[in-house]
Design a protein around this ligand. Sequence first.
Ligand SMILES: [Zn+2]
Length: 107
Amino acid sequence: MENVIEHASRVARDNDIKLIKTISLKVGVMSGVSVDALKFAFESHQAAGEMTDANLKIDVIPAEGKCRECGEVFEVTENWPECRACGSMNIAVTGGNGFFLTDIEGE
Ligand SMILES: [Zn+2]
């Protein structure tokens, strides 16, 4: 994974933003990207004196599972979901993938 914080600062430069106020990310719950790791990376940049006025906003994109046995539809929050209605693990998962830099605000 590219360091998203460095990516954000490059995007800011390209857009002539000198002071980053907010970095907005969307992280799919199934993307394998750790929100904690992102926050940690951001905080270590701040500790180094960069983007000290910036906020990191992370939206988690939920996934949806549909049971192939009984048709139940439910929100998926883990990698190996079980149907909440019948306990089947035969689940089709949609959504919740991806990892996006959605917005950078600043001046
Ligand atoms: Zn089911």
